[in-house]
Write a protein that binds this ligand. Sequence first.
Ligand code: ADP
Ligand code: MG
Length: 694
Amino acid sequence: SDLRQQLVITAWERNRMREPIAFGRKTSMPISSQRKSLPVYQMKDALMKAVRENQFLIIVGETGSGKTTQITQYLNDEGFSDGGIIGCTQPRRVAAVSVSKRVAEEIGCKLGDEVGYTIRFEDMTSAKTRIKYMTDGMLQREALLDPTMSKYSVIMLDEAHERTVATDVLFALLKQAAKKRPDLKVIVTSATLDSAKFSEYFCGCPVINIPGKTFPVEVLYSQTPQMDYIESALDTVVEIHVNEGPGDILVFLTGQDEIDSCCEVLYQRVKTLGDSIGELLILPVYSALPSEIQSKIFEPTPEGSRKVVFATNIAETSITINGIYYVIDPGFAKVNTFNPRVGMEQLVVSPISQAQANQRKGRAGRTGPGKCYRLYTESAFYNEMLPNTIPEIQRQNLSLTILMLKAMGINDLIHFEFMDPPPKNLLMKALEELFNLQALDDDGLLTKLGMRMSQFPMEPTLARALLASVTNNCSEDIIIVISMLSVQNVFYRPKGKEQEADNKKARFHHPYGDHLTLLNVYKRWQQANCTEQFCTLNFLQSRHLKRARDVRNQLMAIFSRFKLPIVSCHGDPSIIRETLVSGFFFNAAKRDSQVGYKTLTGGTAVGIHPSSSLYGKEYEYVMYHSLVLTSREYMSQVTAIDPKWLIKAAPHFYKITDEESQSRKKAKIVPLHNRYSKDQNSWKLSSIRQSREK
Ligand code: ADP
Ligand code: MG
């Protein structure tokens, strides 16, 4: 391809002309000098003075300058933790864990003592904890019980430029809390952000810039659009490795599958190149990776070899890898986006924004002058990429967020101080979903059931099914199913052993589908005393099963806190499926002789995912957990259902019609959900009017 050619030429020319660059030796400095060498260290006194004198403060500094790991420690040294905990939020779970580990190491304490973290279903803090890292979602949840954040003296909203829904909601909640608590300090930190806009939002507060220690990064654009960015990325890696000077390579890909397969393909390719080239260490980085492997990326590369890291956009700002001189940016990321056509959220690979592209580029200039290979054209950068990423709150399903706000007594969503308000149709969609789940009443106010649902840290659909399990006397079983749905895929399918793994998996299959299959797996694992041996033998991921067990324990704890009975129906397939339908009646599909299945709500053509235990089976009605988009739209986690359950669970949502089908009459279930849009939005309007009056 042109790009390849372009790269080869530029590299060759540069090799010929290049003056030797002096690369610093990668030594392991003692932690105290490492800390002092960070750019934020120079600003310590100025920062602490600003925190003392202001309630709100915005801090902007390059990724890697030490904001996340150092500022909390400075605050601790200054005595801010005497009056409460120093909290620091992260949009990503992995970042919260890895950063708190690092800080505990720097301070020299056991993780969970002075320094700890809290993420959903996992709490590594204690009464001793002074510095607490957590996901923004967790702090938002804490606000439900403690709106003034009384436990905290300082809250640092980190990585604010990511603009996750939870961070955006926290902006507004902390602004409110600060009014009631003059002693509360709120710090907003970020790598890149529109600091004027942020300062204006936070009452004109000061902005402190941490001068970066960055080197110039040369940008190389592809001269033609690349059809296959994975191929181009791999070619570029090899090209750099063979022709360029020392320095590690960072490649941005969109997800775990892509990363795993790239590591594999590159490994094979490098093997064929033989000893003629230097050693290349290949490392993957994504959220689901076990932490042992993740910490490997921080280890310095041995002299004489080169490291290539394949990462998701987690490496854009949340995690800093030292020693990167080359960045390869295909220009894509997977984003969670609400798909109005199928009426649910989906992870979709989309072009990144210019701001993200520049952030990625910056990763190459931290240790010395670097290079960024953009696998797209210069014109695509300027004409096709948006200048800034759209905040999540403007593109995601907001039902969980709105349920939580309603549970906090915030009914007036129109006047809630969002920095960027969500579009009206997203608000409507969420209100409608909550109404259909019976979490809101006709006036858009929280029902008793809705209040209960808000107490579970999960999507309202899952919470609804959990609460239905109480009525149906099957909570013990449903808790397991939902815990299994909340973790990564437990089935392991290694290359070269696909058939063997599939055969083992088939032994767990339940004739009615995947939800009951998951229940089977968990129960059998438990019967086998949760041993590694059982997992290895059955091609199961023990790590994910253990996490499911943690989730289950947490859910059991919530049940006992609210005195909800934990009862088993001993795996009764009808009771379990009917209970799941109470939360997932939106996700139903009917067989269609032409296209496989069609969703009941949108009439979208969908298939059963090949990994499903129902693949190839022909049940008339099924429900699914989610839709995945690959070559076509697939239902994932599919279970056969009786259509009567749909009407029973949601008489306000579905009705039975008689449809003339050739000669015989056939009953059909159709959604009623046009009711509200047809009724001149009467319900919607009243709900908003209501909120305004409150
Ligand atoms: P910022 O928040 O400004 O991006 P951080 O405080 O996260 O910066 O990182 C500061 C420095 O600490 C970086 O050079 C980073 O490489 C290093 N660092 C962070 N986490 C770890 C870790 N787990 N192991 C080793 N070094 C780390
Ligand atoms: Mg950081």
